[in-house]
Design a binder for this molecule. Sequence first.
Ligand SMILES: NS(=O)(=O)c1ccc(C(=O)NCc2cccc(O)c2)cc1
Ligand SMILES: [Zn+2]
Length: 263
Amino acid sequence: TACSSKYVLSQMHPMWQGPLAVPGGDRQSPIDIVVRKSVFDSKLKPLETEYDPQTCQQIWNNGYSFLVEYDDTTDKSTLKGGPLQDRFRLCQFHFHWGESNSWGSEHTVDRRLFPAELHLVHWNSDKYSLFEEAVMEDNGLAVIGVFLKVGKRHEGLQKLVDALPAIRHKGSVVEFTLFDPGCLLPANTDDYWTYHGSLTTPPLTESVTWIVMKQHIEVSHDQLAVFRSLLFTSAEEEVQKSMVNNFRVQQPLRGRTVRSSFT
Ligand SMILES: NS(=O)(=O)c1ccc(C(=O)NCc2cccc(O)c2)cc1
Ligand SMILES: [Zn+2]
């Protein structure tokens, strides 16, 4: 789908990871969520997700992460509620992880790092007709962030883990269908932090309403090890580089308030 085919075009090499400030960028992501400074907002509603596994299309390695892409030409897999005024369409999900279990997430909670972080990317289909349009607008995107911890095996994740060896190299794509991304959400999706931020990879556009889940999910050590078996490099490159540490460093809050849906 369009929403992620351009993902690979917007990737620069990981060197950009640094605190590259976007000119006038005062709402960059990720951030450190300082729990005691977050403000409870009783107007925040529970999240409402409706994901249709039949909209799942393919899984591919874009040279920065691996993406599971969904058909976003209709409102079949959507997110609404929470901090959102409109309905948002799921276009893809992907992860960020470290080379060790000690780090890898993009957001942190009171400076605590997690081994990985899941991002479910949605765009505002009430106001825009394409991801490319929505990504340029303040209220264009909504990304759900879910922290991963190493623990028991995640049964729902295994189908995805089993598909990874087929997309080891940058640019490889395989068909991937009937995957329900809802199985990757934590049991409790009522408790979250939300703030206005940006994409965490170039072009770093400041169009994202971030919704970061308080409750993490657990995956096994072996499942996470398969993430690290992916490569940044394409098959023809002579030096193969393992796909690890594909996260951006935390960015300045610049006076933003992080709201919580819970006390
Ligand atoms: N890590 S993240 O969730 O902030 C994230 C989500 C989506 C994207 C993305 O879709 N990039 C491709 C892109 C960006 C702007 C315009 C485009 O047409 C495509 C990048 C980062
Ligand atoms: Zn991401």
